[in-house]
Structure formats: C-alpha cells, structure tokens
Design a protein around this ligand. Structure first.
Ligand code: FAD
Ligand code: 2HG
Ligand code: ZN
Length: 575
C-alpha cells in the first residue's frame, strides 16, 4: 500500500489502526505464547504466574525463578534455556578444540574430591555435577562457545558467594560467573573447566521505595520478572531487551546492557545507584547505596558495571526506576532509503522529543529473516528499511497529537512510504516481535557472525553495504539493524556453517572499518571471549594497561572469568 493511501488524512491514526486490524496473521502467530497480552510496558498479564500481583512475596519469586521462569517471548521461541540440557548442545564444538592454540593455564588448580566435599557442605543440594545439567551452563546462547566445566554452584546469599570465592581463591580454582547465559560474546560460559557460579537462585527483591522508585534486589532476579513486579507499583525498569525473559539484572549490570529503552532512560551507569559485589578473595564490597547523590571518593560501583565478571561477582543492586507511562504508542514505518530513515529520526526528535522512548531500525534483509524463519507477518509492503518508533507519555491525547503531527510531516516529505500504528498492548507487542526476534530468526538458518558496533549516524549503514558486497555469495545474508537512536548498529552475517573464508573476509575488516570511522567495536554486548583481542581498535594501549593493572590488583590470581575481556590474563604465578 502506498503511503498516500494511508497517512495523508488528518485521521491517519484511525485509518492506520484499521489497517493494522487487516493484518491479522501477525497476531495469530502469537497464539501459542503463554501470554498474548504481554507487551513491553506490561500492565498486567493474566496468563502469567500470579507473582506479579500486589503483595507477592519475594520467596514466591524465588520459587518461580528456581524453575527458570521464561518470558512469553522465550517460551515461544528460545532454543534453549541456560542450565538446561539440550541435545543440540552436544553438537557445539568445544572452545578448546576450536582454538587449539589457546592453552588452559596450568597454574589453575584442578577440582578434587575435597573441593566437592567443601562445596556440598556449604551449599547442600545446590552443587551441580550432573553432566546433562552442566551442558546448558557450558554452552552459550549462540551455540558457538562450549566449555567443559564439571561443576556449577548455586549460592543463595552474598555470604555464600563470599565463601565460595575465598575457597576458590585459596585453591586457585578459576570461576565463571553466570546469570541468564544470554550473553552474545562468549563471556558467560567457561572456556576450559572453570567452575560456573550461577546466580539463578539469588532472586529476592529486597526493597522497593515506591515514592522514589528505587528498587533493591539480588543479582539473579530475571529482568522481566522485575518489570512485571514494578508495573504493579506503577514503575518500570529503565532497561528492556529481547532476552528479558532469561537475562538477570546482575548479568545486565555486568555487561552494561543497552537495549531498547536506553534512548529514553540512559545507560545503566546512570540508573544504577548502588552495587554489592564480592571480590575474588571473598571480600564483600557493600556499595549498595540508594542515594542519587554521593560523591565520597571514587565511584566504585562503576568498576563492576560492564566488567563482565572479571573484577567481582555482583550480588545485589539498587536501581532507579522511572514511572510507568500511562500512554504508549508504537509506529511501524517503512522508508525507501537510509537517508530517509535519518530524516525520519530527525523529525521524530523535533516533534516527539520528550515522549520518544525508542527509535529502532531494521533493514529489509532482517525483515526477511523474521518473516521466513519465524513465520511473523510484515504488516507493511516491502520497504528497504523499517523503523520502530515508540512513544511513552502521561497523556494519551497529547501523545497521539504529537505522533500524528510527526507522521503528517514524514509522509508529506515522503520520508516514509508506508506505516501502521498501534496503541493496544497486544498489537504493540506483536510489532515489537518483528524487531526483537531478528537475532533468533537468523540462527535458524545456520551460524551467525555478530558485530555490535557504535558508529556516527552519517556512515552507520555504509558498513552493511560494504560487508554485503565483500561477502557476496559466501553467505546466506548480511543484515543491519539496531538502536539507531543510540548510534548502535547490529551487523550480522549468516552462513550455513562456520567457515574460514567468511571469517577472514569479516575480520579484521569490520573492526578496521569501525575504528577508521571512530566507532566502538563493542557498543553494548561487551568483549567477553570473542572480542577481547580486538579491544585495541577502541582503546589506547595505556587504557588497556590500566585495565590490566586494575584486574591484577583486584584479582591477583586471576580466578575470575579468565580468558575474557582483557586481552591477556595470566595467573599471578606466570607473570
Ligand atoms: P550472562 O550471559 O549470564 O553473562 C554475561 C556476562 O556477565 C558474563 O561475562 C558473565 O560472566 C557476567 N555475569 C553475569 N552475571 C554476573 C554477576 N552477577 N556478577 C558478575 N558477573 C556476571 N544486550 C544488550 O546490551 N542489548 C540488547 O538489546 C540485547 N538484546 C538481546 C536479545 C537477545 C535475544 C539475546 C539472546 C541477547 C541480547 N543481549 C542484549 C545480550 C544479553 O542479553 C545481555 O548481555 C544481558 O545483559 C546478559 O545478561 P545475562 O544475565 O544473561 O548474563
Ligand atoms: C538486539 O538489539 C540485541 O536485538 C541483539 O542486542 C543483537 O543479535 C544481535 O546482533
Ligand atoms: Zn541491541
């Protein structure tokens, strides 16, 4: 349908809504989900467990988390849940075999009977050595990294984490902290036989101050469970991401996750008010402040935000939560060129300014993956680019007027060639699926080479075009999508299997391209195992050296998440 048929009328919203209704298939694909009412600013979802009701106790939350409550999105779609065995995981090549030049450092101790006895006494019933159960914890979400840990520990309290680390430090046993295991850079799984320290049972909500919106909780709380809990108190989490049903707030903080709301609420570095963490030697650092202002010396909590489990294990967090918006609108628009995407973004900021809560971009190739591989329906015609514009405000009429004004302008200027809007939760949810599930859809075709880069907006999409030309028929597709409002591009190349020709064409090309355009080679996913050696494209030698010094000071035996984040991480005895 041409835009002139849709938007030029002053009642464009109503027309658009009726147009949306004609696109029933996008909704029917949701019928198997746990909850069709679920949406990003969920008010209440009747199909979800009742823990989101007022007065739900923290212990009930724990019980649910103990059973690995998975979001509606993931229960429909996710390939595996962390810590659960999947027959597929056995097919993933061991990281140690994939990188035979990388050697396990023999300074690390090897688990013995006495170690197991110690842990069993400390954590009765919460020491996992069953091989099948360990498969899930050893294998990453991407099905690309697989460790061979023989032990997973599931503490419930900070004190237990402290005792575990003090013991591991004394025995020089390496440890991989793990939250929801949704990380995309191979950071959350062991490389060799590191012990997995899972925070999945550390899922109590400690306190919510309803007046200030400050939430204090344990690190293992699942992001979506927190969102659901908060919404009953007219608050929301300041972050949201496609992995919300499995990822944990401790993992979010340890990766400094960005996601879909960063444009509006800013980074976790601004929203996290306090952190409690345990250092490698077991020392508990209590910086669990709930103050918005605290300039007493160095901002230590920021050391743990984004340090990917290499400096300490985050055990609890206090976080500032914004009020739940009373009105949410979503516009799903099609653009004929990248220039028109940018022009649409500019107009959106001009017209929707304070109510804008997300501005996301996906190209036609991304759309083809979600429609072909997941059976979702594209509500629009074929357009080279699509954008998702979300507004969140406090006055439905005011917000609608602003959105309409913006739509009128972008239609008149022909920046947008087609579009649909939604105000109903179920429709908003359905439209968000098209964007949030791109990642998952590509994996159904094979192996995904993933780049998560920050770039200036004027060159943002050029790298997709160049990469596509460069890879040609060597791959099934090259797609570009992401948080364009934050300058964050997700460049993905999909191939049937891992392939040296493809990797050699991609690396270091993508990193060099990014550095040449003054971008960052990791915008939001971190470095983990996969990208640690490329850090120099985005940080000076001196900065990396300072990181290494901090690591050596805080974890002198290098037991915390070795082989991750810092390019070379040698145990103390080898230095
Ligand atoms: P894990 O994957 O378990 O761990 C991630 C890292 O943090 C590892 O290095 C681990 O050792 C460390 N870690 C975990 N918990 C702790 C702790 N308590 N203390 C110390 N270290 C710890 N990321 C984004 O930024 N934005 C997105 O929009 C986004 N969307 C995603 C969508 C999908 C479908 C998927 C699968 C992933 C997405 N991600 C995104 C990546 C991932 O979800 C995030 O990085 C998330 O924050 C990881 O949380 P987690 O609990 O799963 O952590
Ligand atoms: C997203 O924004 C996530 O969807 C995942 O950060 C990005 O898979 C990716 O490349
Ligand atoms: Zn992202």
């Amino acid at each position: 349908m041409q835009m002139s048929h849709v938007f030029h009328h002053p009642l464009c919203c109503k027309l658009l809504l009726s147009r949306f209704a004609k696109n029933a298939p996008i909704l029917s694909s949701l019928t198997n989900c746990v909850s069709q009412q679920a949406y990003r600013h969920r008010i209440h979802s009747s199909a979800l467990p009742q823990f989101c009701q007022k007065g739900a106790s923290a212990s009930l939350l724990s019980t649910l988390h103990g059973h690995r409550y998975v979001s509606p999105i993931n229960s429909c779609t996710t390939r595996h849940n962390s810590n659960e065995a999947s027959s597929d995981t056995h097919k993933v090549q061991l990281t140690s075999e994939r990188f035979p030049q990388l050697k396990r450092n023999d300074s690390y101790g090897r688990l013995n009977e006495a170690d197991i006895e110690y842990f069993v006494k400390l954590l009765p019933g919460r020491v996992v050595s069953d091989e099948d159960e360990l498969e899930g914890a050893n294998t990453d979400w991407m099905y690309l990294a697989r460790g061979s840990s023989k032990l997973m520990l599931k503490p419930k309290t900070t004190q237990e984490v402290s005792e575990i680390l003090a013991y591991c430090n004394s025995r020089c046993l390496a440890v991989t902290p793990q939250g929801g295991n949704t990380g995309l850079v191979g950071g959350s799984v062991p490389v060799f036989d590191e012990i997995v320290l899972s925070t999945s049972l550390m899922n109590d909500i400690i306190h919510l101050d309803k007046a200030s919106g400050i939430l204090v909780c344990q690190a293992g709380c699942i992001l979506e469970s927190l969102s659901t809990y908060l919404e009953d108190h007219d608050l929301i989490m300041p972050l949201d991401l496609g992995a919300k049903g499995s990822c944990q707030i401790g993992g979010n903080i340890s990766t400094n996750a960005g996601g879909l709301r960063l444009l509006r609420y800013g980074s976790l570095r601004g929203n996290v008010l306090g952190i409690e963490a345990v250092l490698a030697d077991g020392t508990i650092i209590d910086c669990l402040s709930t103050l918005r202002k605290d300039n007493t010396g160095y901002d230590l909590k920021n050391l743990f935000i984004g340090s990917e489990g290499t400096l300490g294990v985050v055990t609890a967090v206090s976080i500032q939560c914004p009020p739940k918006p009373k009105a949410v609108n979503l516009a799903f628009l099609g653009c004929s060129s990248y220039e028109n995407v940018l022009a649409t973004y500019s107009e959106c900021k001009n017209n929707c300014a304070e109510i804008l809560s997300a501005f996301e971009m996906m190209d036609l190739q991304s759309m083809k993956f979600v429609t072909t591989n997941l059976g979702l329906s594209n509500p629009l015609g074929e357009c080279p680019f699509y954008v998702v514009v979300e507004t969140s405000g406090s006055d439905a009429q005011h917000d609608e007027e602003k959105l309409n004004k913006f739509l009128e302008v972008v239609m008149e200027q022909q920046y947008v060639m087609d579009g649909t809007i939604a105000t109903e939760p179920s429709k908003i949810y359905a439209l968000w699926q098209l964007r949030e599930r791109i990642n998952e859809s590509m994996m159904k075709s094979g192996v995904v080479y993933k780049y998560d880069i920050s770039l200036p907006l004027d060159v943002y999409y050029d790298v997709v075009i160049e990469t596509r030309q460069r890879l040609g028929d060597n791959v099934l597709g090259v797609v570009g999508y992401g948080h364009i409002g934050d300058g964050n591009l997700h460049l993905n190349a999909v191939a049937p299997t891992l392939n040296k020709t493809v990797s050699d064409l991609l690396e270091p090309f993508v990193y060099e391209w990014t550095a040449k355009h003054k971008g960052s080679i990791s915008a939001e996913h971190g470095l983990g195992f996969n990208k640690r050696n490329y850090i120099y494209y985005s940080k000076s030698d001196a900065a990396v050296e300072l990181m290494a010094l901090m690591k050596a000071k805080m974890d002198p035996k290098c037991i915390l998440n070795p082989y991750k984040t810092i390019p070379v991480c040698k145990p103390a005895s080898k230095q």
